[in-house]
Each structure stands twice: as structure tokens, then as C-alpha cells.
Design a protein around this ligand. Structure first.
Ligand code: RET
Length: 278
């Protein structure tokens, strides 16, 4: 059987019954959409190699834990974008729009699914940096997973416009809980832990960029369709560059230079990653 490629297969109309090969062809045939995926595959690859190199001499167990959590971010990302570019984690669905109509839209649902793995890693790294306790870390992580899964439900609901946006509101409610931990609870913990400065920088980067995701969802092809699918994809891809690779680089560079600070964080909170002798 011939394997379809972008060059050999003519473009087909967007319908719900496209095969994975046809979805792959659609994506490959749209140079800009493809580029929004490939740029992240390339950057994630570079980030993985760079972070392995940066972490080669990290000896403190808490610093190592932050490294592993942060390393997972580009590792999940490269998997996520490979799913998108191959047509595995995208579907064409009929999205209802305000005003009564609906349209066949290419939905990149793999993004929401993989955010449920990558964003908890970002929060675990930030929580460890702030010297949080288990309750606050658990709260941030489960609320964040709730945000991603209900966001996935919003993107995939086709039966009702109202319920589609109800899922969106539910996801925003989970997001508010995450923002509360990030903006109120952890800054206070970080002050006590002596990591307030770097935590402050990373918190601002995270909060500002993360707020972009629901905004672009609402404006994009899954929401009000002010933006095209390709524009929406680029918006997410560029937010990802800052929220993942820039974030991870700044954090890991600080951790490498301040292992002595990291090793003293945590007594009375999550504790060290390994049991202490005293
Ligand atoms: C959605 C739509 C529904 C409402 C909200 C959203 C928030 C998404 C966020 C995503 C962050 C992703 C990151 C990925 C890095 O790997 C699901 C778009 C609130 C905040 C940082």
C-alpha cells in the first residue's frame, strides 16, 4: 500500500472522518502550521541536551529533584508535538459558534492532554523552589490537572455551545486556584526559604504567560474564531517557548549556581528528597 506524503496526496476537505494519514497530509501541507510544531520539537531537543549538560554536576538531592521535574517539561513537549505533527493527537470536529453556525475545525486536542503532564512538573519545580508544604503542592497540582482536563473537555464538546463554554469556565475556576497558590501562598514560603528573588522572577514569567493560554483559547478557532487555526497554534507554540524552555533555563541556571541555598530549603516543609541523618 502506498504511504501518503504531503507531496503525493492532494489536499482533502476537512471532515470528521479523515484518517490519521489524511490529517498528517493536511498538516504537512500547511507550512506555517507545521512550522509551529517543528520549532517546538527542535527547541525541546536542544533544551533536553542543554539541561542534561547543565545538570551533570548537581549533587544535592533536592536540586536533583528540581532538575528531574524541569527536565520532564521538554521531554513531554517533544512527545506532545510529535503527536501533533504526525496527526495522532488532532481531530476534525464540528465546533459550534455563537450566532448559531458551526464549522469543521482541526482541533489540536493533544495539547490539552500533554499539558496535564507538563504543567504539574512546572508547578512541582516551583513549589520545591519555594519550599512549600505537601498540602499546597498537592492543591496546586490537582487544580492544575483539573484545569487541563476540563480544558480538553471544552475543546472536544460539540453537542452544545453553552456546555462548551461551561467547561471553559470550569477550567478557569481551577486555574484561579493555581493562580492563588502561585501569587499568594508560595511567595510567602519563598521569602522564608531565602529563594524569593528567583521565585519572584519565575512566578511573574509563569503567571503572565499562562494567562495567555485561556485568552488565546477564547480568541482562537476553538473559541470565538477571531483567529485561524494556524494563528492559534502559533500563539500556543510561542507561549510554550517562554513558559517551558525560557522558564526551565532560568530555573536550572539558578539551581546549579545556588545548590547550597536549595539544600537548606525545606526543613519543616516537604523535607529533603532523602532522609537526613539527624
Ligand atoms: C485552557 C482553556 C480553558 C481555560 C483555561 C485554559 C488554560 C490553560 C493553561 C495552559 C498552560 C499550559 C502550559 C504548557 C506548558 O507545557 C485549557 C487553554 C484556564 C494555563 C504552561
Amino acid at each position: 500500500m502506498a504511504i501518503p506524503t504531503a507531496a503525493s496526496t492532494p489536499a482533502v476537505a476537512l471532515t470528521a472522518d479523515l484518517t490519521q494519514a489524511e490529517l498528517f497530509t493536511q498538516i504537512a501541507g500547511n507550512a506555517s502550521l507545521s512550522a509551529s510544531f517543528w520549532i517546538n520539537i527542535a527547541l525541546a531537543g536542544v533544551a533536553i541536551l542543554l539541561f542534561v549538560y547543565m545538570g551533570r554536576n548537581v549533587a544535592d538531592s533536592r536540586a536533583q529533584l528540581i532538575f528531574v521535574a524541569t527536565m520532564m517539561v521538554p521531554l513531554v513537549s517533544i512527545s506532545s508535538y510529535t503527536g501533533l505533527v504526525s496527526g495522532l493527537t488532532v481531530s476534525v470536529i464540528s465546533v459550534p459558534y455563537p450566532g448559531g453556525g458551526s464549522e469543521e475545525v482541526l482541533i489540536m486536542w493533544g495539547r490539552y492532554l500533554t499539558w496535564a503532564l507538563s504543567t504539574p512538573m512546572i508547578l512541582i519545580a516551583l513549589g520545591l523552589l519555594a519550599g512549600t508544604n505537601l498540602t499546597k503542592l498537592f492543591t496546586a497540582v490537582v487544580m492544575d490537572i483539573g484545569m487541563c482536563i476540563t480544558g480538553l473537555a471544552a475543546a472536544l464538546t460539540t453537542s452544545s455551545l453553552l456546555l462548551r463554554w461551561f467547561w471553559y469556565l470550569l477550567s478557569c475556576a481551577f486555574f484561579v486556584a493555581v493562580l492563588y497558590v502561585l501569587l499568594v501562598e508560595w511567595p510567602a514560603d519563598a521569602r522564608e526559604a531565602g529563594t524569593a528573588e528567583i521565585f519572584g522572577t519565575l512566578k511573574t514569567l509563569t503567571v503572565v504567560l499562562w494567562l495567555g493560554y485561556p485568552i488565546f483559547w477564547a480568541l482562537g478557532s476553538e473559541g470565538l474564531a477571531v483567529l485561524t487555526t494556524t494563528q492559534t497554534s502559533w500563539a500556543y507554540s510561542l507561549l510554550d517557548v517562554g513558559a517551558k524552555y525560557v522558564f526551565a533555563f532560568l530555573l536550572l541556571r539558578w539551581v546549579v549556581a545556588n545548590q547550597n541555598v536549595i539544600s537548606t530549603v525545606g526543613s519543616g516543609s516537604l523535607g529533603a528528597a532523602t532522609a537526613s541523618a539527624d
